[in-house]
Design a protein around this ligand. Structure first.
Ligand code: NDP
Ligand code: 1BO
Length: 322
């Protein structure tokens, strides 16, 4: 259930309570592919848009810029303790001894003493310097339990407030739940009306794990153009909202937090104006019934090696569950 609050500047906002006891703001700013614009985007989001949640990752190569944007916002009067900052452990760092150094490097890049949420970015370990697509020997064995134990220690040492995973399947999440001392607070997954992923949402709900929906607008170049989807456009027009707002609101009404990316100041501000209206049931159902269900982020270019394996197809990556 979402909780409504107001920022000191008077922006209405919502958040969800996590298993860790901390709260995650319902809408966050995605920063993948924001590049040199990340600093300005983060500053605009925090100071003008009323955002308090920023999603980044070492792999995005923009953590220094994200940190600069946060620092400027803090100088403008926003308190670090009111921010919720997520980063992710990249695939080359998925061995127990690399977890803490990777986190410390991320903290340095972000100019922060702690992270609010640290996620395993993808459940596949890559050799440093791995090619895309991977060559023989690029995809290594992943010691999930050893890595998770190190993530748990980061929480105990107050370097990270909550931990979680991304891009897990039912099989992998059940495996993790079998040994976790700290249950993941968050599972971040691709979710939008073109890829609902109901099965994972249900498993997370049953275990009290909060879900964050990534690529809520269908992602970027080469993604799925949901902004111009007929059903989305029709409902946006009817509700006098933009397609982007309808897509964000659809995710919120499913109980997920949502992290739309934009580096355009007007769209950044537009995407978070979603707290004082609802998508009526019948329109929500129409959005939830789009028949062409397909992942955008299927991981093929990063992890599939058709001839050498260990993952020879996209279906292998997703444990043949789709
Ligand atoms: P999104 O679904 O958020 O879509 C972003 C695209 O939509 C950009 O091209 C953006 O352009 C455009 N856009 C933004 N707002 C609007 C609007 N109101 N109307 C029309 N177009 C709009 O894509 P992402 O794949 O970036 O996903 C969001 C975030 O999720 C990422 O940035 C990242 O933080 C996270 N993520 C996590 C993953 C993981 O593995 N854990 C994988 C993928 C994403 P412009 O900037 O010009 O506005
Ligand atoms: C390669 C990383 C995808 C966005 O999280």
């Amino acid at each position: 259930m979402a909780h409504t609050t107001f920022t000191p500047e008077g922006h209405k906002t919502e958040s969800f309570r996590l298993l860790s006891g901390h709260k995650i703001p319902a809408v966050g700013l995605g920063t993948w592919q924001s590049g040199s614009q990340a600093s300005h985007a983060v500053f605009t989001a925090l100071v003008e848009g009323g955002y308090r949640h920023i999603d980044t990752a070492w792999e995005y190569g923009d953590q220094n810029e994200v940190g600069q944007g946060m620092k400027r916002a803090i100088h403008a009067g926003i308190e670090r303790r009111d921010l919720f900052v997520t980063s992710k452990l990249w695939c080359t760092e998925l061995s127990p001894e690399r977890v803490r150094p990777a986190l410390l490097n991320t903290l340095q890049e972000l100019q922060s003493d702690y992270l609010d949420l640290f996620l395993i970015h993808w459940p596949f370990r890559l050799r440093e310097g791995a090619s895309r697509p991977p060559k023989a020997g690029d995809v290594l064995e992943f010691d999930m339990e050893g890595v998770w134990r190190e993530m748990e220690k980061l929480v105990k040492d107050n370097l990270v407030r909550s931990i979680g995973v991304c891009n897990f399947t039912i099989t992998k999440l059940n495996k993790l739940l079998g040994f976790a001392e700290l249950i993941p607070s968050v599972c971040q997954m691709e979710m939008h009306p073109g890829w609902r992923n109901d099965k994972m949402l249900q498993l997370c709900r049953m275990n009290g794990i909060h879900v964050t929906a990534y690529s809520p607008l269908g992602s970027q170049e080469g993604g799925r153009d949901l902004i111009h989807d007929q059903t989305v456009e029709r409902i946006a027009k009817k509700l006098n909202k933009t397609p982007g707002q309808v897509l964000v609101k659809w995710g919120l009404q499913r109980g997920t937090s949502v992290i739309p990316k934009s580096s355009n100041p007007e769209r950044i501000k537009e995407n978070i104006k979603v707290f004082d209206w609802v998508i009526p049931d019948q329109d929500f159902e129409a959005l939830s019934s789009i028949s062409d269900q397909k992942r955008v982020m299927d991981g093929e270019d990063m992890f599939v090696d058709k001839s050498e394996g260990p993952f020879r197809s996209v279906a292998d990556l997703w444990d043949h569950e789709d």
